[in-house]
Design a protein around this ligand. Structure first.
Ligand code: ZN
Length: 135
């Protein structure tokens, strides 16, 4: 496994209209992209903090995983994403070690990244994402 840095933190919010002004006007970051990931029924809003990003997540439908997360646990940190060289290889390595995965193969996430999730039960309560920019 070759993790290089924390790529982003995913934060579930009820409303971009309410959350984005906090990140822009209070914390002083600039939202540089808003993108919908239809397959996941979420909208994402991105801020850069050094080489790490903050990814706000807003549900686009009541059956979105983000809507369910907020219903159960309230707004807050949803996942932690590590940038890794070789998502597919890393997944094979984890699978071989018996680590519970949500995705056994990479899929497309926001910003065109190849992403995959490790089950939070295997990562001490943290939904863990591996991601990398495809070549
Ligand atoms: Zn993410």
């Amino acid at each position: 496994m070759d993790i290089t840095h924390i790529e982003h933190l995913g934060i579930a919010v009820k409303s971009f209209d309410e959350a984005i002004p906090f990140y822009e006007n209070i914390l002083g970051f600039k939202c540089y992209a808003i993108e919908e990931v239809a397959e996941q029924k979420v909208k994402t809003a991105f801020f850069k903090v050094g080489q790490t990003k903050i990814e706000l997540l807003e549900a686009t439908s009541d059956d979105s995983p983000i809507a369910k997360f907020i219903e159960k646990r309230g707004e807050g940190i949803h996942h932690m994403a590590y940038h890794v060289n070789g998502v597919a290889e890393s997944l094979k390595e984890l699978d071989a070690k018996g680590i519970r995965l949500i995705d056994k193969t990479p899929r497309k996430g926001a910003e065109g990244l190849d992403i995959a999730f490790v089950h939070p039960k295997a990562a001490f309560g943290v939904l863990t994402e591996l991601c990398e920019k495809p070549e």
